[in-house]
Design a binder for this molecule. Structure first.
Ligand SMILES: [Zn+2]
Length: 93
């Protein structure tokens, strides 16, 4: 059984969560000024990381909270959990 750490509820069964994709995707400030290719990249292009990735998770069958997590996609080792709009703790120095 895999357990994920909700920042508000603590460790809970993975089945209570939904993976919502790559974290820190920034919407273009002026979409009307970019071409279709750049818009398509924003909408659809995502990293396919083997190793530590930053992801958004939703505690859908718990508190309903959204948060970001650094997780090793190969080993499933969780590095850190932080707010969706926060700077990843491992990026701070
Ligand atoms: Zn929760």
């Amino acid at each position: 059984m895999m357990t994920l750490p909700c920042p508000w509820c603590g460790p809970r069964d993975r089945e209570e969560f939904r993976w919502r994709g790559q974290a820190h995707i920034v919407r273009p400030a002026r979409p009307e000024l970019i071409d279709d290719e750049a818009w398509a990249r924003y909408l659809f292009a995502r990293d396919n990381t083997r190793g530590v990735a930053r992801e958004v998770w939703h505690h859908i069958y718990g508190c309903g909270g959204w948060f970001s997590m650094e997780r090793d996609t190969a080993s499933h080792a969780i590095k850190t959990v932080y707010g969706m709009h926060d700077t990843p703790p491992t990026a701070r120095s």
